[in-house]
Design a protein around this ligand. Structure first.
Ligand code: TYM
Length: 334
C-alpha cells in the first residue's frame, strides 16, 4: 500500500488554513488505500525561537487537533518528530546531498529570515533537508500539504533524485505532492493577498481551531469583502481575492467544488452569504474545538498516544536509515 506522510509545526495556533489545506485531507486519506503517518514537527518549530513550556503545550494541542478532526491512533501513526531520532540522522545525510544554492532559493527561508538573514538560525536554512528526511525515512510516496509547501516538496524530490544518482541506487522514491481540495491556500480574512497564518499579529485574520462558535461567527461577519453580489461562475472571482477565499472555504468545508457553491449562491450579496458561511463553519468546526478542549484535559492520554506512535514510526524508519548508512558506506550499518 502506498504510504502517506505529512507534518504540522506545533509553533502557533492550528488554524483554518492548516485544517483545509492539510488536516482535513489527512483524515480523508486515512483508510484502506493508504498507510498514514502524521507528525508534529517540533524540531522544525524550533528553527525559530519557541518557549519550552509553550512548545510542549502546542505539541499536545496539535495532537488533540489531529484526533478531534478525525485521525484515529489505531488507523494512523501519530507522533512527535523529536521522538524518532532517524529523522535527524537522515537529515544529516541530506545536508550533505543538498546544495547551498538550492536552499538559497527557498522562498519560505527568505520570508522567515526577513531582511537580516545573517541572523537566522542555521536550522532555518537547513529546514527543507530535515523535511525531506521526515518524508523519505518512511519511503513515503504521497505527501498531502497546502500550496505553500510545494517548493519544499520539489526540493525533497531533488534530494531523492540526487542521492539515488550519486550512489547509483534506486532507493528513495520520488515523492508525489498531494496539493488539492478547493482550498489549498486559505487567505487572511482581512487581506486576500496574504495567506492565513498563525504568525499574523491580528487574531481577526484567521479562524483558530480552538475558537468557539461565537468567535468563528464574529470573524466571518467581519471578514473583508467587496460590495458586489457573488458571481455564478468561478471566472467572476478572478479579480476578487476576498470573495474567492470565502467561496473556497465554503466549498472545502462542505465537500463541494467552488463551481457547485457558486451555482447555489451566485447573485447573493455578502450580507446573505456570510451568515450561511458562518453557520456552516460553526457546524463543522465547533465540534472539533469542543473535542480538542476535552482532549487537552487528558494530558497523560495524549502522551501515551504519542509514545506509542513514535514506537510504530521507529519500526519503519530504523531499517530504512540503516540501509541508507550501508549505501553511504558507514561501517557497522546492517
Ligand atoms: P506548517 O506547520 O506551516 O503547516 C501545516 C500544513 O498546513 C498547510 N497550511 C495551509 N494550507 C492552506 N492555506 C493556508 N493558509 C495554510 N497554512 C498552512 C501547510 O501547507 C502544511 O501542509 N514544513 C511544513 C511542515 C512539515 C512537513 C514535513 C509537511 C515538516 N515536515 C513533511 C509535510 C511533510 C510546515 O511548515 O507546515
Amino acid at each position: 500500500t502506498p504510504r502517506v506522510f505529512s507534518g504540522i509545526q506545533p509553533s502557533g495556533n492550528l488554524h483554518l488554513g492548516n485544517y483545509l489545506g492539510a488536516l482535513k485531507r489527512f483524515v480523508d486519506m486515512q483508510g484502506e488505500d493508504f498507510e498514514t503517518i502524521y507528525c508534529m514537527v517540533d524540531l522544525h518549530a524550533i528553527t525559530v525561537w519557541q518557549d519550552p513550556a509553550r512548545l510542549r503545550e502546542k505539541t499536545r494541542e496539535v495532537c488533540a487537533g489531529f484526533i478531534a478532526a478525525g485521525l484515529d491512533p489505531e488507523k494512523s501513526i501519530l507522533f512527535n518528530q523529536s521522538q524518532v531520532a532517524e529523522h535527524t540522522q537522515l537529515a544529516w545525510i541530506f545536508n550533505c546531498i543538498a546544495r547551498m544554492g538550492w536552499m538559497q532559493r527557498m522562498t519560505q527561508f527568505k520570508d522567515k529570515a526577513g531582511k537580516n538573514a545573517q541572523n537566522a538560525s542555521l536550522g532555518l536554512f537547513a529546514y527543507p533537508a530535515l523535511m525531506a528526511a521526515d518524508i523519505l525515512t518512511y519511503h513515503a510516496t504521497h505527501v498531502p500539504v497546502g500550496e505553500d509547501q510545494k517548493q519544499h516538496l520539489e526540493l525533497t524530490r531533488d534530494i531523492a533524485i540526487k542521492f539515488n544518482h550519486d550512489y547509483g541506487v534506486d532507493f528513495f522514491p520520488v515523492t508525489e505532492p498531494v496539493i488539492g481540495g478547493p482550498a489549498p491556500r486559505v487567505m487572511n480574512l482581512r487581506d486576500g493577498s496574504r495567506k492565513m497564518s498563525s504568525s499574523d499579529p491580528s487574531d481577526m485574520t484567521r479562524i483558530n481551531m480552538t475558537d468557539d462558535a461565537d468567535g468563528i461567527a464574529k470573524k466571518i461577519r467581519k471578514a473583508k469583502t467587496d460590495p458586489d453580489a457573488l458571481p455564478s461562475e468561478t471566472d467572476g472571482l478572478s479579480e476578487r481575492p476576498e470573495a474567492r477565499n470565502l467561496i473556497n472555504i465554503y466549498a472545502a468545508l462542505n465537500d463541494q467544488t467552488a463551481e457547485q457553491v457558486l451555482a447555489e449562491v451566485g447573485g447573493k450579496q455578502f450580507g446573505e452569504f456570510k451568515p450561511m458561511l458562518a453557520e456552516l463553519a460553526v457546524a463543522k468546526l465547533a465540534p472539533i474545538s469542543t473535542e480538542m478542549a476535552r482532549l487537552m484535559g487528558e494530558e497523560a492520554e495524549i502522551d501515551r498516544i504519542l509514545a506509542r506512535g513514535a514506537e510504530k514510526a521507529r519500526a519503519i524508519a530504523a531499517p530504512i536509515l540503516q540501509q541508507t548508512y550501508d549505501i553511504v558506506g558507514m561501517v557497522g550499518a546492517k
